[in-house]
Design a protein around this ligand. Sequence first.
Ligand code: KG4
Ligand code: ZN
Length: 337
Amino acid sequence: MSGPLILGIETSCDETGVAVVAGHEVLASVLATQIEAHARFGGVVPEVAARAHVEAIRPMVHLALRQAGVHSDQLDAVAATQGPGLIGALMVGFSFGKALAWSLGAPFVGIDHMEGHLFAPRLEHEDFSPPAVVLLVSGGHSQIVHMRGWGSYEVMGATIDDAAGEAFDKLARFMGLGFPGGPAIDRASEGGDPSIVDFPRALRDRPYDFSFSGLKTSVVTYLEKAKEQKSVPPLADVAAAIQEAIVDVLVDKTFQAVEATGVSRVAGGGGVLANRRLRQRLQEEADRRGVALHLPSPGLCTDNGAMIAAAGEFRLERGDITAWGADVSSSLRLDAP
Ligand code: KG4
Ligand code: ZN
């Protein structure tokens, strides 16, 4: 075991993630997912999320410590997500982490959720280090980040409307595929022919920004017209065409950022990076350009406690200890001064 022993807590959205990390080694990482609780609403309901975190947080912390074979008084620090995210959900993990750290006499470190995603690749790729361009795409965010160094980030572009995951979720809901929509479209697209229809690729003129609301309108219009004409194509083809439109834009803009910054490493994070087609296309493009690609395995792309512990270790080393009076914030920005 190398490096300090950190407990990481993530409760910004709909997963109660808790992990124990030592150095870059994940000793335990457990997750209580709320997918079922939100599925009947077709999306994450903030109050339902906060209540589910309240129920799960204590058992998850105990489980992570037990699986890691660690007693709480051995912990060197406790890290928890401070923001951005759903306020009620954030408050559960942040307050629990603070109280635990206080009771142990250990330092507490509040973590920017997006910085957590930036640290995920390091847990599995020893050779991953900045400078790099990182594509962060989840249900709440779509950003291209120029990671100049650990702790030094420039958000080069972001979505101007829906996040990429949100686009998957809304389109899947419209098509009756269930929640969360990303994995549903990923599965439904298997064997599909994406060339049956060319859905729009928006904001070609703004190199690093995204917009997905036009895609949604276009898919809805296309399917309604197809129904009217009684010529609805196979589900696999429609799913593949939607996926290809989203993936195209994400891959194009990521590599435009690589060109502009001149970096030789690309990484990714956020739930959408679990998408098999996106992973494949990023790999093909990275190989073609001779650029190194560091994608976390799907379980570390989606929200988890290990990435929060990893960022926590970095912040602890830097002496960025969070004051006991600090609060959560729904609007933290990676490149805030
Ligand atoms: O990072 P994450 O777990 O939570 C947020 O911070 O939002 O991301 C969840 C998002 C959801 O929108 C979900 O539909 C999407 O990631 N997602 C996927 C896949 N798996 C999860 N999108 C596309 N393909 C997937 N395989
Ligand atoms: Zn996330």
